[in-house]
Design a binder for this molecule. Structure first.
Ligand code: AMP
Length: 378
């Protein structure tokens, strides 16, 4: 049953990464209190949470009991929370989790994700399940080169995937195939990568954020520009496809859908049942950010307006290798309409997402120029 969760109530967040931190900041501005359950030390959300629970394991019953005891509503900030955790919280702790476990079940496993999308009328690139090296050979015959092998579970930011360009590369997939079940995907020669962030509240109200145009480097999101440089037809198609999927699957909360744009088609690439890196621009560039909308959605509040407040906006990620220079850059430069966010992570590892920069501007070309100028200094 949908409930209205009023400010001052405690919102529990499973996971304490940067998405949990930004969710918590948005919720605290609205007057909520935050409890975070996380399995690592010094996580970004713990410094902004009212209550912090450290566990070694997300299925630890004692930790879940203590956490659920103080929460009025529970959400999650990443898709690899075990399904058993949600089920234990719902069944044993009688916790209110409006999103339930369905979004996790779909997005935790690439094969289930792709099959569910197809069953609901969505288009995806051709794919095959992979369990053995013989399957890889068969995939090469069926998909042609190049193709991509990805682990079904736990892959993120380009980890757990290899691009097979020729027959000589086939062996590169061996380590992944030995590790777990995989999927082989035909390579998509896309024109653009875009994402649609759709939010649905517990009262069935739905909004989408402005469509983001994304550039990845080494499988990691590098840059997002809004508005995306796509036709009105593609905008309409991607938006409607995202909304339809959300309704057909009866999902609540936030769903970020990454699409490949190929001619007049949009092919689903990946789903994330949470606010998304490509929506970070919304903190400054729209009235209600993806984090505020998410909190409103799970608390049963009316959703806000998410149209752009400026003609254009862009976001670039700060990775471990850029962090020191980024700190110095923003400490020594006057910047206009430029916002640097750092997530408070202690270890600045190579390719680890440490923060992001958002730039607002009068025109997308100016935003791109400014982003590239700053990024080249990092
Ligand atoms: P993923 O983790 O599956 O989102 O992959 C990360 C990035 O790799 C995507 O954003 C694309 O830039 C690229 N990529 C993944 N799958 C494909 C594909 N089938 N064809 C072409 N590029 C892909």
């Amino acid at each position: 049953m949908a409930q209205i969760i009023l400010p001052n109530s405690v919102i529990g967040i499973l996971g304490g990464g940067q998405l949990g931190r930004m969710m918590a900041i948005a919720a605290k501005e609205m007057g909520y209190r935050i409890a975070v359950l996380e399995n690592t030390d010094y996580c970004p959300a713990q410094y902004v949470a009212d209550f912090y629970f450290k566990t070694t394991d997300y299925t630890d019953k004692k930790a879940l009991d203590e956490f659920a005891h103080i929460c009025d509503v529970i959400t999650y900030e990443f898709e690899n929370i075990p399904i058993a955790t949600i089920e234990y919280l719902q069944n044993n702790c009688k916790a209110y989790i409006p999103q339930g476990s369905t979004p996790l079940k779909i997005s935790q496993h690439r094969l289930i994700e792709k099959t569910t999308i197809q069953e609901n009328g969505g288009q995806v690139t051709k794919f095959l399940p992979i369990s053995t090296m013989q399957d890889i050979e068969k995939a090469s015959a069926e998909l042609g080169y190049p193709f991509i092998v990805k682990t079904c579970m736990q892959g993120y930011d380009g980890k757990g995937q290899v691009l097979i360009k020729h027959q000589a590369d086939l062996q590169q997939a061996e380590a992944l195939v030995k590790e777990q079940k995989c999927i082989a995907e035909a390579f998509v020669h896309f024109e653009k990568e875009i994402s649609v962030i759709v939010v649905r509240n517990t009262q069935n109200e739905i909004i989408t954020l402005p469509i983001a145009e994304n550039e990845h480097r080494n499988g990691i999101l590098h840059k997002t520009i809004v508005p995306a440089h796509i036709s009105d037809q593609t905008t309409e198609l991607a938006t409607q496809t995202a909304i339809n999927f959300m309704i057909q699957m009866d999902l609540v909360g936030t769903l970020a859908i990454e699409f490949f744009v190929v001619g007049s088609k949009v092919l689903f690439n990946e789903l994330a049942p949470r606010p998304h890196n490509s929506g970070h621009f919304s903190i400054e560039a729209v009235s209600y950010s993806q984090f505020q909308q998410h909190i409103r959605a799970i608390c049963g509040l009316p959703l806000g307006n998410s149209e752009l407040l400026v003609p254009a906006a862009g976001m670039v990620n700060i990775l471990g290798q850029h962090t020191e220079k980024a700190k110095r850059y923003f400490a020594t430069h006057h910047t206009h309409n430029t916002y640097c966010h750092l997530y408070g992570k202690r270890e600045e590892k190579h390719n680890r997402k440490m923060g992001h920069i958002t730039i607002l501007g009068k025109h997308r070309n100016l935003v791109v120029q400014e982003i590239d100028k700053i990024f080249n200094c990092l």
